[in-house]
Design a protein around this ligand. Structure first.
Ligand SMILES: *Cc1c(COP(=O)(O)O)cnc(C)c1O
Length: 381
């Protein structure tokens, strides 16, 4: 087998899952759908890694290994959705504990963590972690179990300093976990910046084709918390199936190419929107006047991502009119696919302070000129 350890991420990704299947000679990994595995006459497993499919499947492990290597982690665990990965981490917090989470992030994370922690008598502090001093102050209040950061954040595109967040987390004995979904492992590696755990919704750009739900946790070190998560996944059963893991590996093989093109498109689109008379402001860390630009440049050496929000001049009706006129951008939630999407976030979360004129776009892999023409006609030039 090829050792990808010394190679660039593009190479690891192009041959994700291993270069060849030794049994058949195929150039892609096989799928083993069996739910159970056989033992020999002496009752020893034929393959000691495989007893039962809930915790054991080769193609699931192959996808986990690729993701762990990409992020510079020791181990990775796939889950059937991003939320299942997030839930698995927070379920490792004991009753009576405390978690510090970033405010203004992926809404379902906030909602689930609030509900779960209330049921378990876990204190939740919500703070804008892009303000390093504010995060340090919240951590100084007392011990905590987890500090949860999302960078870039969704849909505000705030950038959190991961190294500073790690210091704050250390000061209260917490693990620093980073939701890096909007960045991708191609653009940044939070574990290398100091994070203890990185999480991705693999539903998004890692799979990249809007056709597989999944999530992953990757750890820097094997800790007792990590071992609890491994045990819990194996026995509670929030596992990804082999077909999904296989599709995920297939999608990952083109991730570097897709992300390159999407970031390129996003840079061009952000400049176009920034200059447009019908646009109030553009939230994209690639723009030089974005408050997190300098930090993003350091933390995201591969580029600033494919997600951005912009505020249309006028009111809610104007924003909805612009979204309604778009022809190439599909009006749909989610992000990170090869097809461009637009979303009016206020319709989804009206109570969280999202401006009524905000449109969030996930820039796909189409040609930038066509995407810009679509935005131009929708805004009315
Ligand atoms: C989509 C998303 C999630 C949740 O992932 P699912 O796969 O939909 O469960 C979590 N965080 C961010 C930033 C996301 O975009």
């Amino acid at each position: 087998m090829t050792n990808f350890k010394d190679m660039q991420p593009e190479t690891l990704l192009a041959q994700a899952g291993g270069s060849i299947d030794m049994q058949s000679g195929g150039v892609v990994p096989p799928i083993q759908p069996a739910t159970t595995y056989v033992r020999d006459e002496s009752y020893n497993p034929l393959n000691e890694n495989n007893i039962y499919a809930r915790p054991h499947n080769d193609v699931v492990r192959q996808a986990e290994d690729v993701l762990a290597q990409l992020e510079g982690g020791t181990a990775g665990l796939l889950f059937p959705s991003g939320m299942a990965a997030i839930a698995a981490l927070f379920r490792a917090v004991p009753s009576g504990g405390r978690v510090v989470i970033q405010s203004g992030i992926y809404w379902n994370t906030t909602k689930w963590v609030r509900d779960f922690c209330e049921r378990r008598q876990i204190d939740v502090d919500e703070v804008d972690t892009s303000d390093a001093a504010a995060l340090a102050a919240v951590c100084a209040k007392g011990p905590a179990n987890i500090v949860w950061v999302e960078t870039p954040s969704n849909p505000w595109l705030k950038i959190t300093d991961v190294a500073a967040a790690k210091k704050a987390a250390d000061s209260c004995g917490a693990l620093l976990a980073v939701d890096s979904t909007a960045a991708s492992p191609v653009l940044t590696n939070p574990l290398k910046l100091g994070a203890d755990i990185v999480m991705h919704s693999t539903t998004k750009v890692i799979n990249g084709h809007s056709d597989v739900l999944g999530g992953v946790l990757i750890t820097k070190k094997i800790t007792s918390v990590w071992e609890d998560i491994v045990t819990d996944r194996a026995s509670a059963g929030a596992v990804m199936g082999p077909f999904e893991a296989w599709l995920l590996l297939r999608g990952m093989r083109t991730m570097a190419l897709r992300v390159d093109r999407m970031v390129d498109n996003a840079m061009k689109i952000s400049a176009f929107l920034d200059d447009h008379p019908k646009v109030d402001s553009v939230l994209y860390p690639g723009l030089e006047d974005h408050t997190g630009h300098a930090l993003a440049k350091e933390q995201m050496p591969g580029g600033f991502g494919f997600l951005m929000s912009f505020l249309v001049k006028g009111d809610r009706e104007m924003a909805l009119l612009v979204a309604g006129k778009m022809k190439l951008f599909h009006r749909a939630t989610s992000l990170g696919g090869v097809e461009s999407l637009v979303e009016h976030r206020h319709t989804i979360e009206p109570h969280t302070g999202i401006p009524e004129t905000l449109l969030r776009i996930s820039v796909g892999a189409e040609h930038a000129d066509d995407l810009i023409a679509d935005l131009g006609q929708a805004l009315g030039q």
